[in-house]
Structures are given as C-alpha cells and as structure tokens.
Design a protein around this ligand. Sequence first.
Ligand code: BES
Ligand code: MN
Ligand code: ZN
Length: 497
Amino acid sequence: MEIKIASGNIREAEADAILLCLFEGTDRLEGDLAEIDSALEGVITRLLESREIKGKPGRLTNIHSLGKLPSSRVVICGIGKEDELSLEVIRNTTAEACRSLEQKNIETIASIIFRSNQIPPDKASQAMTEGALLGTYCFRRHITREAEHGKISQLTIITDDDRLISEMESGCEKGKIVGEAAMNARDMVNEPANYMTPFDMATIARQTGNETGLEVEILEKKEMQEMGMGALLGVARGSEQPPKFIVMKYNGGKSTGTEIALIGKAITFDSGGISIKPSAGMEEMKDDMSGGASVIAVMGAIARLKPEINVLGLVPATENLPGGNALKPGDVITQMEGKTIEIISTDAEGRLALSDAIGYARKQEVKRIVDIATLTGAMQVALGNVCTGAFTNNQELVDKVIAAGEEAGERIWQMPMYNEYKEQNKSDVADIKNTGGRLAGSITAALFLGEFVGDVPWVHLDIAGTAFTDKTKGYTVKGATGVPVRTLVNLVLSLVE
Ligand code: BES
Ligand code: MN
Ligand code: ZN
C-alpha cells in the first residue's frame, strides 16, 4: 500500500472511498462533515438524528454517494469522545476502516486526518499509517489459491491546512518505517519453522544489513565454541540445523560506547527437547523466535531512522529438538562467563540461549541490555495476551521501556523480582539450575537471566502471551502481532540525548 499526504479538500478527492471521522456526542455537523452532508442531501444528519450513528470508537458506516461526489463511497468512522481520543483509537479505527474496504475490493482511499487538539498532526498521521499497514497485513505466502479480494493500493491523507503538511509527512514516513518493521517481524514469526531456520534468520539479518548499511556478523558453531557458549550450544545439540549467533551493529552515535544491546530469543522451533512438549498445540512453537525477529526488524528500522546512538542487536538462533546428541535432564553445562547450569528441563531452553547472548553483550561493555523472549508459559497464565511482562534490575530503565510501550499501544506490566524467589533456582550440583518449579515460573526465569546480567542496567520482556494472537481486532491480525517492535524503536529513540 502506498500512503501519502496531500493538500486539498476531501470533497474533491477522486479515490474509490473517502474516510471521515465523527466524534461521539456530535450533534451539529461542521467542516468537511457538514459539506459532505449537504452534497449528500443531508443523509449524515438523518443518520445522526435517528441515532443510527453515534461516533462510538471503531464503528463504521458506509454510504454510497450515488454520483453526488467524485468518490463512490463515504465511510463515517466513529472515533469516540474528542477528549478521549488516543493514538491507539486512531490506529485501530484506521485499521478497521481499511480492512473492511479492502474486503469490499476498494483499491484507493482518501481520508481526512483523524486528530484532536491534544494530538499533534505528526503523531496522528504516524498512527494512521501504522494502522493502515498493520490492519491490512496478511500472510498468505504458502497459500496457492487466489485471494478472495484485492489489496488497497493507495491511501492519501488529505488536509486543507497547508501548515500541517510537513509535520504530517514526517509522521507518515516514520509510520511507514516502524509499521513495515513490525510487518517484517510478523512475516518471520508467521513463517513455518521449516522455512524459518537459524540459517534463514541469519540470511534475513544479512539482507537487512545490505539494504540499510548495518554491520552484520554471523557467528558459526566453531566461533561459539571458541567463545565458550556452552549454554546455547547445549540447546543446539539435539538438532541437525546448525545454530547461528547473529550480531547486528548500528553505529550512529558520536561517542564510541554502545548505549543499548537488544537481545532476542530465537528458538526457531521449540519441541521441548528430551523434556518433550505435549503434541497438542505444539505447532505454535514456531513462534518461539519472536524475540529474535523483533530485534532483527528493529535494527533495520533504526538504521533507516538514523538516530545518533550506537545499538547492538544480538540474536542467538537454534532449534530445540530431541536428537540423539541432545541435552538431557541432569546434564551440567557451562555458560560463556563460566557459570555452571544444571539442566532440569530441556524445555527451559530460552534462558540458556539468552545467558550466552548476555555474556556476549557484557563482553562488549554495553551500557544497557533489553532482552525480548517468549520465555515462559507461566507469563501467559499470569497476564494473558493483554500485556507483556517486564522484569528489571533498574527502575529508571524499565520506566522508559513502559513509557515507550504506552506510546506504541503495546502494554507492558512490571513484575516483581524479590530475592526470596531466588531460592527456587538453587542447584545441588551446579551454580544454578534451569527451572525453578511450578510457582512463579516467569519470575524464576527472569531471576535466572538476572544472574548472568550482573549489574548492567537490564530489562527482560517476556512476550510469551503477546507475540501471537488467535483473533483479528483493530490493527492486530490473527497470527504474529509484531510486538514489541514499535516499543523498542521508541525506546531507542528515547535514549538519544
Ligand atoms: N517457549 C516456551 C515458552 C512458551 C510457552 C512460549 C507457551 C509461548 C507459549 C519455553 O521455552 C518453555 O517451554 N518454557 C517452559 C519452562 C518450564 C520448563 C520451566 C514453560 O513455560 O513451560
Ligand atoms: Mn521450551
Ligand atoms: Zn522456548
């Protein structure tokens, strides 16, 4: 979909459909709404008076213009009360409108800008761009039959106030970069595990590097051995697919230090290993590389946005399978920095892969670490699919992460990390064990990671509940969500002084 900003009057737009927005509680039509209403001989007034449309958020009303306007359809988009308008309502309403028109085989859309006095035009057009792209996202790479409807080819956001144009254009550009990044992450996650192996992820990382100028290095098994990544290599032992350790560097900063390392778990398929998972629903474990996908996508977006900051992206990628050489419960392995780990469950593999990536980040002396992982089923149980869980050793950093998520409409809830929970990770035969029992599973997993982070300011995001969804609503579409790509982009930008 091509999205652009144009100056002009929505009444004269030649698109297949035009979008207008209606605030809840409107009793007198003004501006564009009033003019279009009179062109349509009062039909909007009639709908309003008969209380058929009320402006409830997300409500769409289709009107055929029957030759009274250049555009054949007018869609009235309810966007709720004016003082309650949020970026999230703008994203969701734009998404619903574009998706429903696409299903009616509409190809071109012109829209007024959905905004209120509290929402600046750049933010509003960014939100509309994100909503339009993400809401019409569709993954049908492996479907050979023809689609039931076409795709929207063009969305033009129109204003008659020329002073807003340049701000709207910059918002739209940013919306395209972050919206496309979230779609790239969705593509990687939706791809079946036989099409998204560690090799495939490394290939995408390399391509991203070639397209954007990022420095990309792929560490092979031999280099991992030389670095002593015994935990990641332990997980990889049960699989025929060679593991890849993906390193992506964006150097935009004035100084030499790395402000932040983003580390994404990339288990391209998690069978559980020898501690094998039940077969029902196991297909969903292709999404166990969502954290890694988000890091690759975010690095690409950062390289396009060019902030003045240095960012390191790390993606430990492997399958977790029960091959003949696989790790066994009871085995003891050694993480990169020398800590020993007793394996209780080979299904607690994410924390193992991450522990070596954390070791690598520490060696690079990064100033902050944020890791992103579909780490525990316990996180899904605790928070459902409404928000991501955050764990930290640094309140200032987690506050920034939560704020970045709020702006993106990707909710994050902070979980406790009390020392008492550490008891559960104690091992009799090694420094630590890889599972802490049934209680507080997402917390003991986070505390495991915390052991390797040391005193580097760190946030762990457990996206087990939020990476994937089984329903289409607003700008989320059934399948991979692309969470938390837009949060991480906001976070990196917020760290630029
Ligand atoms: N990838 C899973 C966590 C997961 C579960 C993500 C459901 C998304 C949906 C992780 O590797 C795992 O298997 N965790 C175990 C840990 C346990 C063995 C301590 C879990 O949560 O059951
Ligand atoms: Mn697992
Ligand atoms: Zn896993």
